[in-house]
Design a protein around this ligand. Structure first.
Ligand code: GAR
Length: 219
């Protein structure tokens, strides 16, 4: 039986991935309690989603903090005070500092709208179109000190059509994100995610008890 993991979700925008987490919890597909939503942009849609779901929403405007580290320290205070075990970046558009990564080492999960290591950073869909790839997708990964460089937990593929534009691709990738993120979080809730690192190699995620390709969702 899975334990109930305590999540803290960080979002900057409309919060559809946050909503997917809330929906998965409500449907019994994700054994989690969302203790708090932290949002750095006043008025963002994610805040209203938290209110509707009865989840505490905390707005911390990054512009009101003297530095990135000071902002992260304020976020960490909020998360720790609520017993958060795993931090989820669900469309959180701020780079994290060591303050957050030292407080939650290998316990910060991000969703990115591309198949990493391709197209990290911002405008991933635009980057994919500009490059002309035939397949892109989304990636759930642990956050390390680089930009979208941390160990990969799960990926889902999305085909790129000749008529796709940034918006159509964004919409199709987002639909896959909404499936992938709650599924990957459930692996954490079940305590199945471990990190292995051979000398001189990148750290790699293993998902215990999964099939031969646990991180891949076909589509
Ligand atoms: C999602 O596509 C997410 O992958 C992306 O922002 C969007 C947020 O949508 N995140 C990044 O690009 C992080 N670098 P949402 O607010 O509707 O969940």
């Amino acid at each position: 039986m899975a334990l109930v993991i305590t999540l803290g979700v960080l979002a900057s925008g409309s919060g559809t991935n946050f909503q997917a987490i809330l929906d998965a919890v409500a449907a019994g597909r994700l054994d989690a309690r969302v203790a708090v939503l932290v949002c750095n942009t006043p008025g963002a849609g994610a805040i209203e989603r938290a209110r509707r779901a009865g989840v505490e929403g905390v707005v911390l405007d990054h512009r009101a903090h003297a530095s990135r580290a000071a902002f992260d320290a304020a976020v960490v205070d909020v998360l720790r005070a609520r017993g958060v075990e795993l931090v989820v970046l669900a469309g959180f558009m701020r780079l994290l500092t060591d303050v957050m990564l030292d407080a939650y080492p290998m316990r910060v999960v991000n969703i990115h709208p591309a198949l990493l290591p391709s197209f990290p950073g911002t405008h991933a869909q635009k980057q994919a179109l500009a490059y002309g790839v035939r397949v892109t997708g989304c990636t759930v990964h642990l956050v390390d000190r680089g930009t979208d460089t941390g160990p990969i937990v799960a990926q889902a593929a999305v085909a790129v059509g000749d008529d796709d534009d940034e918006e159509s691709l964004r919409t199709r990738i987002l639909a896959r994100e909404h499936e992938l993120l709650p599924r990957a979080l459930q692996w954490f809730a079940e305590g199945r995610v471990t990190i292995e690192q051979a000398p001189g190699q990148r750290p790699r995620v293993r998902v215990r008890g999964a099939g031969p390709a646990p991180g891949v969702v076909e589509g």
